[in-house]
Unconditional design. Structure first.
Length: 169
């Protein structure tokens, strides 16, 4: 397997088409929004979505202390929002990094500018090493613009995944 190098893993894994979303989280009065691309449905009945969350992230800490989180997706015209949320967010009432948010009954933030949002209740967590797969059941969701697709990784110049760099080494 001479061809298996960190670079070859990066190049191959970065080819996997990825959605883009912002994970909304809350615990003990602290709120966060985090750009995420490891988002996929894992069951139809019950309807479950899995998200891969960095064990070193603020979001991981909040999701570990709470049973609820949100996934927010946006118009392809609004990809700048993903840049804003690739570092820990600042919360002030009604806003995360100046993006307007509304809290659900379970106190997790929904982004007012999202074109699709889902609220999930965590059912399982599986630690895979650098990341934990949080599997949540959809308990509420809304699609505001059903005729429009949402932004995905290919709409941006961003990449995520492959082998550990920086913070993981
Ligand atoms: C395009 C893109 C996709 C990302 N996808 C994920 C992801 O799926 N899971 C994850 O844990 N971090 C992901 N990140 C990294 C987080 O957004 C970033 O490290 C964040 O600051 C850490 O989260 P925190 O604010 O909760 O500490 C991604 C970053 C970018 C730019």
């Amino acid at each position: 397997m001479d061809d298996l190098t960190p670079e070859s893993i990066n190049v191959a894994t970065w080819k996997i088409p990825s959605p883009l979303g912002i994970i909304g989280s809350h615990a003990n009065g602290e709120f966060n929004g985090m750009t995420a691309s490891w988002i996929t449905q894992v069951s139809m009945d019950p309807p479950l979505i899995g998200v891969g969350i960095d064990n070193k992230s603020v979001t991981f800490n909040l999701m570990n202390q709470s049973d609820f989180f949100t996934i927010n997706m946006f118009s392809p015209e609004y990809t700048k929002v993903f840049v804003k949320f690739s570092k820990p967010a600042e919360y002030s009432e009604g806003y995360l990094n100046k993006e307007p948010v509304t809290l659900t009954e379970n106190s997790v933030p929904i982004f007012d500018n999202a074109t699709v949002w889902l609220e999930l209740k965590t059912e399982q967590k599986i630690d895979f090493g650098t990341h934990t797969l949080f599997v949540g059941e959809i308990i509420n969701c809304k699609t505001l613009t059903p005729e429009e697709r949402v932004a995905y990784m290919g709409d941006t110049r961003m990449k995520y995944g492959g082998v550990p760099r920086g913070g993981h080494e």
